[in-house]
Design a protein around this ligand. Structure first.
Ligand code: ZN
Ligand code: ZN
Length: 294
């Protein structure tokens, strides 16, 4: 996303406008996976403006996630600018064609920062490998995924998984390596069977905008059967804007739309689901034990 799109005002026919900020949720929750840098935030003022907007919709904090080494440095710094920002660091699976010893050493150093609450996003992406020759092939991705699993166990921080068209290999590798104590499937994209397998294994699943898409039948079925103490909500902003704003830019405040839609889908009061999601985020990322700023 280019700088000129920062406020989404330069596209055709208003399509690039940010959606309206909704009424605040009855209980504040955390956006469990977002990319503040890709949303257009560069400095502390940008981050705070975005988090103020989020707070006005009942999104009390965010985990901002790195997908390359430059982003890993940035998210750790950003997490020190505002007490509502927490960080996750890893090398995204699509970028692991070249994953040097220096990169690994730097990630080990960054992940130890007290405001880094997860190792992610890591995992497997078999979608982009089919179209883009620059994307790491499956073998390189698998090797990097194993390394991140080991890192997560070693530092005792949750593993945040990116899984695109790779459900079976992700589950097998986790089982073979022995999963860390806490595993989160970000932007969960499986069906009911995959959700059952994740529940049996003790994993947490995090739902992004696609769970609100009216044509996402199998994913919506999966979302109905996950107990409310095993799920999170996220935006994965600036992508995957929830219904009814699909195609527009996304920001952390839009997690409020996803939570309300999910509550309706599950036939559960939004306040009840939000309270459960808030607890699960706290338990998963141990947010209250993160040292305050200053
Ligand atoms: Zn991802
Ligand atoms: Zn992401």
């Amino acid at each position: 996303m280019g700088k000129q799109d920062k406020q989404g005002k330069h596209g055709e026919r208003g399509k690039r406008e940010l959606p309206p900020v909704p009424e605040p949720l009855p209980v504040p929750v955390v956006d469990a996976h977002t990319h503040l840098d890709a949303c257009g935030a560069a400095d502390a003022a940008d981050v705070s403006a975005m988090l103020d907007r989020a707070a006005s919709a009942g999104i009390a904090g965010v985990v901002t996630v790195a997908d390359d080494m430059a982003a890993a440095r940035w998210v750790v710094e950003a997490s020190t600018w505002d007490s509502r920002a927490f960080a996750a660091v890893a090398l995204h699976p699509t970028r692991t064609a070249k994953f040097t010893d220096d990169d690994r050493a730097e990630l080990e150093r960054l992940v130890a920062h007290p405001r880094v609450v997860a190792v992610g996003e890591t995992g497997l992406d078999y979608y982009w490998t089919r179209f883009d020759p620059d994307v790491a092939p499956p073998a390189a991705q698998q090797e990097a995924f194993r390394w991140h699993i080991e890192l997560s166990k070693r530092v005792g921080k949750p593993l945040m998984i990116h899984d695109r068209d790779a459900h079976q290999d992700i589950l097998s590798i986790l089982e073979h390596e022995g999963p860390p104590e806490t595993v989160v499937f970000h932007c969960f994209s499986g069906d009911a069977e995959m959700a059952r397998r994740c529940m049996e294994a003790g994993y947490i699943v995090s739902f992004a905008g696609p769970v609100t898409f009216r044509n996402a039948g199998p994913l919506r079925e999966a979302a109905k059967l996950v107990p409310n103490d095993r799920l999170l909500v996220e935006t994965d902003a600036p992508f995957l804007t929830p219904h009814p704003f699909r195609g527009r830019p996304n920001e952390p405040y839009c997690a409020a739309y996803t939570l309300r839609d999910l509550a309706e889908l599950r036939g559960e009061p939004a306040a009840e689901l939000a309270a459960a999601v808030a607890d699960t985020a706290e338990r998963t990322f141990q947010l209250r034990s993160v040292a305050p700023l200053g």
